[in-house]
Design a protein around this ligand. Sequence first.
Ligand SMILES: C[S@@+](CC[C@H](N)C(=O)[O-])C[C@H]1O[C@@H](n2cnc3c(N)ncnc32)[C@H](O)[C@@H]1O
Length: 294
Amino acid sequence: MVTSLVTSKQGIYVDGTFGKGGHTRALAAALNKSATLVGIDQDASLLETFDQSGIAQSLHLVHANFENLDQALRAMGIQQVNGILFDLGLNSATLEDAARGFSFDRNGPLDMRFDQSKSLTAAKVLNEYDEKSLSKILFEYGEEKAARKMAAAITKRRKTTSLETTADLRTIVAELTPHKYLVKALSRVFQAIRIEVNHEFEALRSGLEKGLDLLVPGGRLAVISYHSLEDRIVKRYFQSQALQSAPPEIQPYQTTVPGRVKLVTRKPIVPSVEEIKENPRARSAKLRVVERIS
Ligand SMILES: C[S@@+](CC[C@H](N)C(=O)[O-])C[C@H]1O[C@@H](n2cnc3c(N)ncnc32)[C@H](O)[C@@H]1O
């Protein structure tokens, strides 16, 4: 990732998904002391516990959603940057923390908020959304074929008792799914609810757009995604910015002209076998990078 992102060793680099700071540390190691680093995460608890020792550059940590990247940087007096990284999703510590409600393997409250200052929780989605909306979320954000049946079972169940825990949701999914497909169904359902709670796709679309706006010519935006729905959004947006409709006067000869970026990765970069062995959760990771040309 670092080699694909860094084009100027003394530039300003933004890690828009700071997490535990692993990528920021890798960037710091590749940059000169005079570079500036900005780490952004919507989960404030991760920023509070970070130990800055060993980082030679000035590092600013900001609690924000990358959908507001422009405001966050402007508030620091930064108008343009040399590189931006989004490593999407959630980090393993958050997934493993039962109290955050992201894991179907650990019983906990139906929370699933990345940003705990927000009010929409998984419990609210599951107990308050109408059946049609739930079905749409499960189908569109989880690609769950049994979305309608599951939405019906959720709304039926909550007429007697509301859903409060991850085990409550797991039980409903388990009742409707053959055992051998259970883990996959749970992954799809938990993913779908999480995407809704954190309006992840809207944030991603907005983050990509603002990210490109903020790059200097020659600057790069790198995105690591972990499932096909996210990757599709990134791929389509990058393609739309790499090729734009030709102006009317040249339309007879050519329908498209180069846009404001070039694709650094025509095909996404995927982890090597060794990387997957070291970190099995990276197996579905896809890295796409674009460079601003104008
Ligand atoms: C996969 S982890 C990043 C791990 C990080 N690269 C590291 O090395 O530790 C994703 C992080 O992005 C944060 N995140 C996800 N969506 C975000 C958004 N829209 N704005 C800001 N942070 C976001 C999550 O809270 C989580 O900490």
